[in-house]
Design a protein around this ligand. Structure first.
Ligand SMILES: Nc1ncnc2c1ncn2[C@@H]1O[C@H](COP(=O)(O)OP(=O)(O)OP(=O)(O)O)[C@@H](O)[C@H]1O
Ligand SMILES: [Mg+2]
Length: 306
């Protein structure tokens, strides 16, 4: 439904996006995962038609998105990374302003405000000035503002930054609800791999303006040369088996643990046997599946978050 083809975007001498191509399907919950400065917000600005690309095209159902294409741009709602709200007026008054920007009919706008505030769990607070809202409530209001004109696609740019875990869950619930029940395609940017893994069916990993991998979480993790890893507490006993453990994969020494990235042709029971034969108890051992954070590290040599 959305085709991003060979997009390059420069700001003077900075190339924010470098030949990016992606396809996003109708109804998808799509994640864009990447560290600070990767180009996520730039791509959101291009998708919403707020900025034009230097090279390449973005189409929505075969119509080209550009600054001048108001008809297509209306299919998108952008909830920007930096909150776009007036702090000194009520939630309702904010939404009236946003609605008028889309030239919405007064009665339709009124009904939309009520309904969307209700879904976002903010109906009771509609008369309160935004300044009195928590960070999470402001984020939800920011999302409602992006949804007033009933877009087909919601562009959510880091909607959980600065939000406590409980409010974060409320945001996730809200987004999943509108994605499932209202069939709104969601494009979600984040630098938290936990969020991308939890929410998004497909994920593109972006770094320094380039898409470095994309797919479902499982497809992405399959790109790693190892499928499991073990963390072992450091002590005299575990130190003594390091040589033997080496044949099961690469060993990395951390401050209090050894990390073994299991790789090669052997059975897991061989690993267990080694621990048993050496008298190492299982309370010392932690088996883990790798995460997207490790994939990022593996692909770039850097961490998602510094
Ligand atoms: N208006 C601008 N003028 C000049 N450079 C910009 C502008 N906006 C972004 N950039 C640069 O473009 C690159 C990509 O920025 P962008 O904001 O798209 O990244 P991001 O992935 O959203 O980062 P963050 O996670 O910090 O929000 C960065 O190097 C940034 O400094
Ligand atoms: Mg950003």
């Amino acid at each position: 439904m959305i085709q991003i083809k060979n997009i390059t975007k420069r700001y003077k001498n900075i190339t924010a996006l470098d030949d990016v191509s992606l396809e996003i399907k109708s109804g998808e919950f799509f994640g864009l995962l990447g560290p600070n400065g990767a180009g996520k917000s730039t791509l959101m600005s291009l998708l919403s038609g707020y900025l034009d690309a230097d090279e390449g095209t973005i189409t929505f159902k075969d119509s080209i998105i550009s600054r001048d294409s108001m008809k297509v741009r209306k299919k998108f709602g952008l909830a920007p990374q930096s909150l776009a709200l007036y702090e000194d007026i009520s939630a309702e008054a904010n939404l009236k302003i946003f609605g008028s920007m889309y030239l919405m009919n007064k009665d339709i706008l009124k009904a939309a405000i009520e309904e969307k505030l209700y879904t976002a769990g903010l109906f009771e607070r509609k008369k309160d000035i935004v300044k009195t809202f928590s960070g999470g409530m402001k984020r939800r209001l920011n999302l409602v503002a992006a949804l007033l004109h009933s877009p087909k696609v919601l562009l959510c740019d880091e909607p959980t930054v600065g939000v406590d875990p409980q409010s974060r869950n409320a945001i996730f619930d809200y987004l999943q609800k509108i994605n499932k029940e209202e069939n709104i395609t969601v494009i979600y940017t984040t630098h938290y791999m936990e969020e991308a893994e939890r929410l998004c069916k497909r994920i593109a990993i972006i770094d320094m303006g380039k898409i470095i991998a994309q797919g479902t979480k499982d497809e992405l993790l399959n790109l790693l040369p190892y499928k499991e890893e073990i963390f072992i507490g450091k002590n005299e006993k575990t130190k003594s088996v390091l040589d033997s453990l080496g044949k099961f994969g690469e060993i990395i020494e951390h401050a209090e643990q050894y990390e073994v990235k299991l790789q090669g042709d052997f059975k897991l029971s061989d690993v267990f046997k080694l621990f048993e034969d050496s008298g190492i108890g299982y309370s010392n051992i932690d088996f883990r599946k790798p995460t997207l954070e490790e994939l990022f590290l593996n692909l770039t040599g850097r961490r998602l978050r510094d």
